[in-house]
Design a protein around this ligand. Structure first.
Ligand SMILES: [Zn+2]
Length: 345
């Protein structure tokens, strides 16, 4: 069931460069359904379903945005840097998990209570450089004894929960939603073609894993699976973001005003034709900001025809992302059908 799979993936932890435990979880889910599974030197998890000479790369990034220990001060407070694109205010007053050598250590991002804030303090949001993590320790030695040191990865401590209308909330649906879509696709797909399903690393810090994987595998075409932003809540207008949550997976036409990916028109036509034939609702995205693994894949080798299939997810890059399970199910149905055929180049 997609919801239970997403629950496991969202509750798992893996910032960019530390995706190992997410990779292990995914390996367990897909290994029985594929012919080969391996990890490359970057840490990408590559699952192969063997078919004919035409190969299709499907990519889903496993990494989540997080934090990393930079310094522990003389009172045992942990100072950190952000890894990936956070909005500072989002981090204030969050509970976090530090993934040290001796297992998980819990902490909080603390700050002044309103009672002791000045008028000036109240007016401006706290900057991440002024934030710190309190793990309860009273000295740097004690923090060290907990297995925490410079370079320890940190994630948010936020569990998956169900909301009304088959909607769910949790951390890092960007991009465990794409991982769930790709896992369910692998579990169901019957394709005449060779399918390379790559669960990539380090997307959030520069689309890195997808780049080396695409070079290594040299596929005939590629689809990245990821999340994108809907324009259906207060504060966003549909003229700026036209997508709706619950109205089907999203096919990228361009991202980042075309400076990222200009998707291959024949790839788009392939997915749209399949969706229309099967009565699967899809949406088209002309994106202003943000990129995906397809942005780096399409520039590998001599150029790889690519697009992205995304799940419209509210509040991405926060610990309370929200999506509609029906969109992931639609994405799986579309991929399973499309992979029975191939794009017409
Ligand atoms: Zn993403």
């Amino acid at each position: 069931m997609v919801k239970e799979l997403l629950r496991k993936l969202s509750n798992a932890h893996g910032i960019s460069g530390s995706e190992g435990s997410v990779a292990e979880l995914i390996r367990g889910e897909v290994a029985p359904y594929v012919d080969e599974i391996s990890e490359d030197p970057m840490g990408n998890l590559i699952a192969v379903k063997k078919g004919d000479d035409f190969s299709i790369l499907l990519a889903a990034h496993m990494d989540e945005i997080g934090l990393m220990v930079k310094f522990v001060d003389d009172r045992g407070y942990v100072r950190f840097v952000t890894v990936g694109g956070w909005f500072d205010a989002t981090l204030y007053a969050q509970r976090v998990v530090l993934h040290g050598e001796k297992g998980p250590v819990y902490g909080v991002i603390g700050g002044k209570p309103p009672h002791v804030m000045t008028e000036e303090d109240r007016k401006k949001p706290v900057k991440v450089d002024d934030m710190f993590i309190d793990v309860g320790a009273i000295s740097p030695e004690e923090v060290g004894d907990l297995g925490i040191e410079v370079g320890t990865p940190i994630t948010l401590d936020r569990e998956f929960r169900e909301l009304a209308n088959n909607r769910v909330t949790g951390k890092c649906f960007d991009n465990r939603a794409g991982c769930a879509m790709l896992i369910r696709t692998l579990q169901q797909v019957e394709s005449p073609h060779t399918i390379y399903a790559v669960f990539t690393v380090q997307e959030e810090v520069g689309l890195k894993g997808a780049k080396t994987a695409a070079y290594r595998l040299n596929p005939d075409c590629a689809i990245a699976t990821d999340t994108t932003i809907p324009g259906d809540h207060p504060g966003i207008e549909r003229k700026d973001v036209s997508l709706l949550m619950g109205e089907g997976p999203v096919i990228t036409v361009i991202d980042n005003n075309g400076r990222g990916l200009i998707a291959n028109r024949k790839m788009i036509a392939w997915l749209r034709t399949t969706a229309a034939a099967r009565g699967i609702k899809v949406q088209l995205e002309v994106g202003k900001g943000g990129t995906t693994d397809a942005t780096s894949i399409h520039l590998e080798r001599g150029g790889i025809p690519s697009t992205t299939l995304s799940i419209a997810t509210r509040y991405i890059h926060s610990p309370v992302e929200v999506l509609d399970i029906v969109d992931i199910e639609g994405g799986v149905a579309l991929l399973v059908e499309a992979l029975k055929t191939e794009p017409k180049f």
